[in-house]
Design a protein around this ligand. Structure first.
Ligand SMILES: Cc1cc2nc3c(=O)[nH]c(=O)nc-3n(C[C@H](O)[C@H](O)[C@H](O)COP(=O)(O)OP(=O)(O)OC[C@H]3O[C@@H](n4cnc5c(N)ncnc54)[C@H](O)[C@@H]3O)c2cc1C
Length: 493
């Protein structure tokens, strides 16, 4: 195999969310390829990863999966955002909802009007002006003239099953077995094939590493270095457990901060996904498990599953003829449910830059550059949640509050605090989200845009009230989230 060879045979190593998403999308978009996916039932998958962001709609559309069918098959629910509890301080919560908050006017952002409103005691709660947040808090979901921005909660195992069936219909060959040995060309270092424990061989032109955290190809074989971000994001462990739902599913994820980490609650139709993410330097495994089990609701259905991880990403996600997608390529803790999005990004980028006529260093460099940008931008957004806090009630929070942060984040936070300015950067995924989280965590700008003073105080109050009451009226017309699911997406149908 040389870098000039035509690429016809693609081998995907791993059948978790990353592997089957890759198989489904490649077989749909590049149907001439011979695609083989190898997975090991003995090793299994990570078995978590159940909250998403709105970009998942785009991916399902690409695969031709209708939304209601998707939710039925994955026992899924709608997600309008995340409620952050105890993050800014104890007994405080705020909402990060999808979609934008309020509306800007005359070149000023809505947050400028809100900021002056706070000075005038005309408002306080920023989420009152975001329709997704208002609907989420009311437990509602449905169709409005302007559709609600939403993502999904899903059962990852059922999603992989659904994608496997789709991929196999599209011609993907599935092999069950454990890869024991990776063969490489002695000169070029390109991967030429995988040898399984039973001695069978899988040869290919391009290898997609979806083997999970260990990164059997990108890490253990290719030895691509890892950029470690644990000095900014010290959480390195998680424990996941499922419970029986004892109430209707809420249309949002809950993220509850603890003294050395945080806990998620992801409501599905048939059960609740729960887990705790924590830093082993500040909390022992036993303490984390006890804390998790003492704070879940409903009957515990599974044995708590411990997971170790390291935050960061591979310096090259595409190296020679190996592309790492999913956990093998990198991981940023699941606070904003971005991992499945990063998988999608990797897949879509691979489809766009697919090396049909051989591997071109320029295409590879382009792939790695934009993949890096994705990781870097998300990393800054996640670090924001820890750095901007009033909490100092434990050594963990004292560390987070006082830690050095990436320069790019430092500049952004200082600019917002001093001037109220927030500028979207190149191809940035989260935009309004930054404002919601900065304000939610307690970073309120010192100033607002001068344009806001063009309104009298009374006009400003009316402007703010009108937005809030219009949202409330629209939300009042919606059915409850549970009713909506039952009517259109019930898994029992
Ligand atoms: C605690 C936690 C919470 C998370 N929550 C979210 C979330 O809410 N939202 C989100 O978007 N993401 C989340 N993620 C990330 C998400 O779980 C992963 O991105 C997603 O599941 C993809 O995993 P994967 O397919 O890369 O790896 P895995 O699921 O680990 O799959 C690896 C595959 O490789 C196979 N394999 C490995 N070695 C071999 C071998 N030698 N031979 C054959 N097969 C092999 C395995 O059998 C398996 O099929 C979370 C992650 C963690 C750790």
């Amino acid at each position: 195999m040389t870098n000039q060879s035509k690429i016809n045979n693609v081998v995907i190593l791993g059948g978790g969310t990353a592997g089957w998403m890759t198989a489904a999308a490649l077989s749909k978009s590049l149907s001439h390829l011979n695609i083989t996916l190898v997975e090991s039932d003995r090793i299994g998958t990570i078995g978590v990863g159940e909250a998403t962001i709105p970009t998942m709609q785009f991916f399902n559309n690409l695969l031709g999966i209708p939304q209601h069918e998707f939710l039925k098959q994955t026992q899924g629910s709608y997600k309008l955002g995340i409620q952050f509890e105890n993050w800014r301080k104890l007994d405080h919560d705020y909402f990060h909802a999808f979609g934008s908050t309020g509306k800007g006017l005359w070149a000023a952002g809505f947050h400028d009007f809100w900021r002056k409103g706070v000075n005038n005691n005309a408002c306080r709660d920023y989420s009152k002006y975001n329709i997704e947040a208002v609907a989420a808090k009311a437990g509602k979901f449905g169709r409005l003239q302007t559709p609600l921005n939403h993502a999904y909660h899903l059962d990852a195992g059922l999603y992989a099953k659904m994608l496997r069936s789709l991929s196999e219909k599209q011609g993907v060959k599935r092999v069950e077995g454990e890869v024991e040995y990776v063969r490489q060309d002695s000169e070029s270092g390109y991967i030429t094939g995988l040898t399984l424990k039973d001695g069978s061989k899988l040869d290919g032109d391009l290898f997609v590493d979806c083997s999970g955290f260990k990164g059997l190809l990108i890490n253990e074989t290719m030895k691509v270095p890892f950029n470690d971000w644990s000095h900014w994001l010290p959480n390195d462990r998680a424990i996941a457990v499922q419970t029986r739902s004892d109430k209707p599913p809420a249309p949002y994820t809950r993220s509850i901060a603890h003294h050395a980490g945080w806990q998620w609650r992801i409501p599905l139709q048939h059960r609740m996904g729960n887990g705790i993410v924590y830093a082993s330097e500040y909390m022992s495994d036993d303490e984390a498990e006890a804390l998790l089990l003492s704070s879940v609701e409903g009957e515990v259905l599974t044995t708590p599953r411990p997971i170790k991880f390291k935050t960061g990403y591979r310096q090259e996600l595409w190296h020679k003829n190996c592309v790492a997608i999913g956990l093998s390529g990198g991981f940023i803790e699941p606070l904003e449910s971005t991992a499945i999005h990063l998988i999608q990004q990797g897949i879509l980028r691979l489809i766009k830059l697919f090396p049909e006529h051989g591997i071109d260093a320029l295409e590879v460099a382009e792939y790695n550059l934009s993949a890096t940008l994705d990781y870097e931008q998300i990393k800054d957004f996640i670090v924001l949640h820890y750095k901007v806090t009033e909490r100092d009630d434990s050594p963990y929070w004292q560390f987070c509050k006082n830690m050095d942060i990436p320069e790019s984040l430092e500049k952004r936070l200082n600019l917002f605090k001093k001037t109220g300015r927030f500028i979207q950067r190149q191809e940035e995924l989260f935009v309004d989200s930054w404002l919601q989280v900065m304000i939610g965590q307690g970073l309120v700008p010192d100033r607002y845009h001068r344009i806001v003073d063009e309104m009298t105080d009374q006009q400003l109050e009316q402007f703010l009230d009108k937005i809030a009451s219009s949202l409330e009226q629209q939300v009042a017309t919606l059915p409850s989230h549970a009713e909506y699911l039952k009517r259109y997406c019930s898994a029992s149908m």
